[in-house]
Design a protein around this ligand. Structure first.
Ligand SMILES: [Zn+2]
Length: 303
């Protein structure tokens, strides 16, 4: 059963009387990914203390998008919220109810900064939209370059995921792009990395400064951006599947290199020179184990 606090979303909206961008910052779409929650709550405490007066526009801070998963300390409550973002006529589980609450809130904003973390150690990166054009593609990349993180992953094309994606909804960022807005997913670091909340906090302040919503200097764009593009997705088949070593996102691999071995003995090898994304040695069987990524079209391949 749900605890009383599970079924309430709590957000804070600051609205300047001066017109400007409408930015929403979200944390804990996945309940175990708390760096964004920590960063948002830190900022909320500072705002309550009179710091960071809003110069223009609208800022919404939503520290916990999935209260059920957050309380349980799990990625998901009853499903992956980041595959559920659309309006559900007959919500069938907890995350579909959350999606119904989130959609109008997201649509009340022009830009989304969605803060996540990941399972294996590695450096932070920003997931940006695909190179195939969507309305605000240019604005999104410019925004993403100012968050203080210089690794980028190009997302899957919108047209392959909407209007009826196989798993019942989109990610928060894809939902924004599909509705004439834009947004990025910032993967701030490993779940327990003490640096991850700092990456998240810096990104929020950078975003606010970038939009001139704070009286702070506009941050410089990252100087050496590198980007990769999603390639082949590998699903973990069973608990006996093992990686050949402790892979990290953006690890470069050579064609033919052994990545892991499935429980039945079949080997997983790289088709071509590429790099790896989201390796998760603890992935639930039937879910994403690792992705191969190719050189991105926006910047350059990491060397
Ligand atoms: Zn996540």
């Amino acid at each position: 059963m749900y605890a009383p606090a599970d079924t309430t979303l709590t957000w804070q909206t600051l609205r300047s009387l001066n017109p400007g961008p409408r930015l929403i910052v979200t944390g804990a779409v996945h309940g175990v990914e708390t760096c964004g929650t920590q960063a948002i709550r830190r900022l909320q405490a500072e705002i309550a203390d009179g710091q960071h007066p809003l110069q223009r526009g609208q800022l919404t801070l939503l520290p916990v998008c999935n209260p059920l998963a957050f309380r349980m300390g799990r990625r998901e409550g009853e499903g992956d919220l980041n595959r559920k973002i659309r309006l559900h006529d007959s919500p069938a589980n907890f995350e579909e109810h959350v999606a119904n609450a989130l959609c109008p809130l997201l649509l009340a904003h022009e830009v989304l900064l969605d803060l996540h973390s990941f399972q294996s150690p590695g450096q932070p990166f920003v997931v940006i939209g695909p190179a195939a054009p969507f309305i605000k593609s240019h604005e999104e990349v410019e925004f993403a370059k100012h968050l203080g993180v210089n690794h980028f992953v190009e997302g899957v094309p919108i047209l392959t995921t909407l209007p009826v994606p196989p798993e019942g909804g989109a990610s928060t960022a894809i939902f924004m792009r599909a509705n004439g807005r834009y947004g990025v997913t910032l993967e701030c670091g490993q779940h327990a990395d003490p640096a991850a909340p700092k990456v998240a906090y810096r990104a929020i302040l950078n975003a606010l400064a970038y939009f001139r919503m704070l009286a702070a200097p506009v941050p410089a764009p990252v100087s050496k951006p590198v980007s990769v593009r999603y390639g082949r997705k590998i699903v973990r088949r069973g608990e006996a599947d093992r990686f050949s070593r402790a892979w990290q996102s953006f690890d470069a691999v050579k064609a033919g290199e052994l990545i892991g071995t499935f429980g039945g003995g079949e080997e997983l090898r790289a088709d071509n020179d590429a790099c790896l994304l989201f390796p998760d040695p603890l992935a639930k069987p039937g879910t994403e184990w690792v992705y191969f990524a190719d050189a991105g079209t926006r910047f350059q391949l990491p060397s």
